[in-house]
Design a protein around this ligand. Structure first.
Ligand code: CIR
Length: 265
């Protein structure tokens, strides 16, 4: 019997513990720094939730050279077929790629590297049919086109789409809930990018809740987004609320803190 796997089914994840430098993480606004202890405890809860969801989690040590290195989703992409090293759009984050490379080379036979332009993993949404690449202030056209070529080498089709202006990453505003359903914001939905999908729109005022994360049966949702959590629970999802107050101060959400993939055995 062949059991079809969903794109939200994972067996493994890589995370990186926060460095003390995380308090200087990049942010678009002028808000206060997060507290190191607060980020540490949010990260610990996140790792525990990944383990509870059935994943084997590799925890990399803190990297003080890079304040945002806890957000391992941005410097690379991982698929069952291989990994891709990216070229992050923020100059301060460029060195995170080389720091992550050894861990990926240990785990993947195929590791490709983006050679042109800029692209952040936060702009990439893998759906069953294709990989969406959102253009943003971090991902440019040259990076998106070069990435399309690398994805083709892994046997994946890609589509270049737009991220709403002023939004950090494409996935800041969306998450795949299952093979047919996305959680998204009104502003991203109105671009028509999710035509053909069932869409659940986050309530007004809870836009940051759209950076949720489905991992196997669990759906991680920021604990402070009560109305979104209720809507998702009513829709039948197994909601796992996780604290995101501190990482939210540096523009991050729940997809950013891990790289996730499914291994055949
Ligand atoms: C940054 O601005 O790069 C970090 N402070 C936040 C990165 C969040 N990552 C993500 O959405 N994939």
């Amino acid at each position: 019997m062949v059991i079809a796997m969903a794109v939200t089914d994972f067996t493994h994840a890589i995370v990186r513990r926060p460095a003390r430098a995380v308090v200087r993480g990049l942010r678009a606004g002028k808000g206060p720094d997060p507290s190191f202890d607060g980020v540490k405890s949010e990260h610990a809860a996140y790792c525990a939730a990944l383990v509870n969801a059935g994943l084997r989690v590799t925890i990399l040590p803190p990297d003080e050279a890079f304040p945002d290195s806890i957000f391992v989703e941005d410097p690379a992409l991982v698929f069952p077929e291989g990994a891709i090293l990216l070229r992050p759009g923020a100059p301060a984050r460029a060195g995170e790629v080389a720091a992550l490379e050894p861990a990926l080379c240990e785990r993947f036979e195929t590791v490709l590297a983006l050679e042109d332009g800029l692209a952040d993993g936060g702009d990439i949404l893998a759906t069953p049919e294709r990989v969406m690449i959102g253009l943003s202030a971090r991902t440019d056209k040259a990076g998106a086109e070069a990435l399309m070529g690398l994805l083709a080498k892994l046997g994946r089709r890609a589509l270049i789409v737009e991220t709403p202006k002023g939004v950090l990453h494409f996935k800041t505003d969306c998450a795949l809930l299952d093979d047919e359903t996305v959680l998204t914001t009104r502003r991203l939905s109105s671009s028509g990018v999710f035509k053909g999908y069932r869409e659940i729109i986050v309530p007004e005022g809870e836009e940051a809740a759209a950076n949720a994360l489905r991992v196997n049966k669990a759906l991680f949702v920021g604990a402070r987004f009560r109305r979104t959590a209720e809507r998702l629970a009513d829709a039948g999802y197994d909601v796992v609320p996780l604290p995101v107050d501190e990482i939210g101060r540096i523009d991050a959400g729940l997809s950013c803190m891990s790289l996730r993939w499914r291994e055949a055995n």
